[in-house]
Design a protein around this ligand. Structure first.
Ligand code: PBG
Length: 327
């Protein structure tokens, strides 16, 4: 062991080539997954006001996004659907002709297995009250009724050809029920990425505009995690692993890097982290005002999420960052 002046850490930082050679964390396009909003009944992409660079896409339009994703070597697309009509039970979620199954079939026709296709499984885009499942007589989401809906959703997406379903509703027992439903339905090859540690976060604000899933009243505190609870997050992660999740997710990402790092230590399952709409929007908003360098801040955010332990990062900046890596 020596110290200064024999040891000079700046030696390995002197040139771009040295810094590249000794970089500990690299952004590879295959580690990035792009969330995509697919909306029934629109003709062309509709920009999401609170998320510059993000649009709702018509079903056919997702094919174009998929082709770009394949060209750039992206790790996948995560689909969210906005249906033509909503009801109290969210039945549009399992409609085989709904926007997500239709988009999955179109993408498969166009690019085959060249792209990993994920579908988010939750009812908040499909219920007329914006909650994650049907409400019970106390006005809270009924756990088991919601889970029954998620199983039907997952089957519809699996029938359409997804590789992965990602249940995000934070209902107890949802992963085990979906696993059993998929297996009974002959979809033992479809994987589950569990939104295991998902916090009741203010950072989902812009998503609710993009997915048209704003709640009519109430909040998601009866099922999503309290932002201060790390031990409880570890229990959620452990339970979802026991229930048969193929990979685990922490969400949001930047405010919860400690949870992500703890998950990395505690589990050998692949880990994903969701760099959510609010994390993306605040960088874009500050960049628009000239208050920070948007591309650099976006890159630094995603590199930090990888450094903390995520194998995969779900980010609205995926195409942009992958194109940057490709040069
Ligand atoms: C559905 C769902 C949400 C997000 C992903 N899946 C919204 C929520 O829980 O309210 C948020 C994603 C984002 O903010 O980018 N339950």
């Amino acid at each position: 062991m020596s110290s200064f002046p024999q040891t000079r850490l700046r030696r390995l930082r002197r040139t771009p080539a040295l810094r590249a050679a000794f970089a500990e964390t690299r952004l590879h396009p295959a580690a990035l997954v792009l969330p995509v909003f697919v909306k029934a009944g629109i003709e062309r992409p509709e920009p999401v006001g609170s998320m510059p660079g993000v649009s709702q896409h018509p079903v056919d339009g997702v094919v174009e996004v998929a082709r770009r994703a394949v060209d750039l070597g992206l790790g996948g697309l995560l689909l969210f659907g906005i249906p033509a009509a909503k009801d109290a039970s969210g039945s549009g979620g399992w409609d085989p002709d709904g926007p997500v199954p239709a988009a999955v079939r179109a993408v498969r026709d166009a690019v085959g297995d060249e792209l990993v296709v994920w579908a988010d499984v939750c009812q908040c885009e499909y219920t007329d009250h914006g909650h994650c499942g049907p409400l019970d007589d106390r006005g809270q989401v009924g756990n088991d009724a919601a889970v029954a809906g998620y199983v039907r959703d997952a089957l519809a997406y699996a029938d359409a050809g997804v590789d992965l379903v990602a249940p995000s509703g934070m209902m107890d027992g949802q992963v085990a029920a979906i696993r059993a439903g998929l297996d009974d339905g002959g979809h033992e090859a479809v994987g589950i990425v569990a939104y295991a540690a998902k916090f009741a976060s203010a950072f989902y604000g812009p998503f609710r505009e993009a997915a048209e899933s704003a709640m009519v009243g109430g909040d998601r505190a009866s099922h999503q995690l309290d932002p201060g609870n790390r031990r409880e997050a570890r229990r959620e992660l452990a339970l979802d692993a026991l229930e048969g999740a193929d990979a685990l997710m922490v969400k949001p990402a930047l405010p919860y890097l400690d949870v992500l790092a703890a998950a990395r230590d505690a589990s050998d399952l692949p880990l994903a982290a969701y760099h959510v709409s609010g994390e993306y929007a605040m960088v874009q908003a500050a960049a628009e005002r000239g208050w920070l360098d948007g591309p650099r801040a976006m890159r630094e955010s995603v590199v930090s999420i990888r450094r903390a332990g995520a194998d995969l990062v779900l980010t609205y900046a995926a195409l942009y960052l992958a194109a940057e890596v490709a040069g």
